[in-house]
Design a binder for this molecule. Structure first.
Ligand code: HEM
Length: 160
């Protein structure tokens, strides 16, 4: 009887956790993203820092962004694009505790990327880029493990 109760409780905990990351990591990512993006006075600078870092880590990835003028990261086209991406990331992070809506949003983003043929290895480069940028914005409270788990899975699902 006792082991049945434990099994039911464990099942409930796992059911709460999203397919992307466990609840504690999700809460940390949501809180830290709110500090970095939600309360940012300069989202353009944040978005540009993310892509400048990505293009330093993986210079060849700029070629994927030709249609949005990725060769010129300061151009209005690319600035607007980079903000659309951060807005997309904001939606995903907001939904980390809404399992079904999160799944729907990740499917939507996945479909937006299929025709781009971006190799999945760039998911890691994107995560690495945020590892460089976010601590500079929010300081030492940045939780690298939580971001690696949550954002790593998010980016992998989008590019899969
Ligand atoms: C968490 C990770 C990511 C999120 C949330 C995300 C989000 C988005 C969104 C919302 C769009 C559509 C923007 C629009 O309306 O124009 C987009 C387009 C695109 N993304 Fe991502 N993305 C992610 C990762 C990546 C990575 C790692 C790459 C490649 C290195 C990539 C390459 C592209 C390309 C090539 C486009 C289309 C650009 C065009 O219009 O030609 N994405 N992404």
């Amino acid at each position: 009887m006792k082991s049945l109760l434990i099994a039911v409780l464990l099942g409930a905990v796992y059911a709460m956790a999203s397919e992307v990351c466990q609840d504690l990591h999700a809460i940390k990512v949501q809180t830290q993203w709110k500090d970095a993006y939600g309360e940012s006075s300069d989202r353009v600078a944040l978005a540009q820092a993310v892509y400048r870092t990505l293009f330093k880590l993986a210079p060849e990835s700029a070629a994927f962004f030709h249609r949005v003028n990725g060769e010129h990261p300061d151009s209005s086209e690319f600035v607007a694009f980079s903000l659309r991406v951060l807005n997309g990331l904001d939606i995903v992070i907001t939904l980390l505790d809404q399992k079904e809506a999160l799944h729907a949003q990740l499917e939507h983003l996945h479909h937006q990327h299929i025709d781009r043929h971006v190799p999945p290895k760039y998911a890691a480069a994107f995560v690495e880029s945020l590892h460089h940028v976010l601590p500079a914005v929010i300081g030492h409270c940045y939780d690298e493990v939580a971001w690696t788990k949550c954002l790593g899975n998010i980016a992998k699902k989008i590019l899969a």
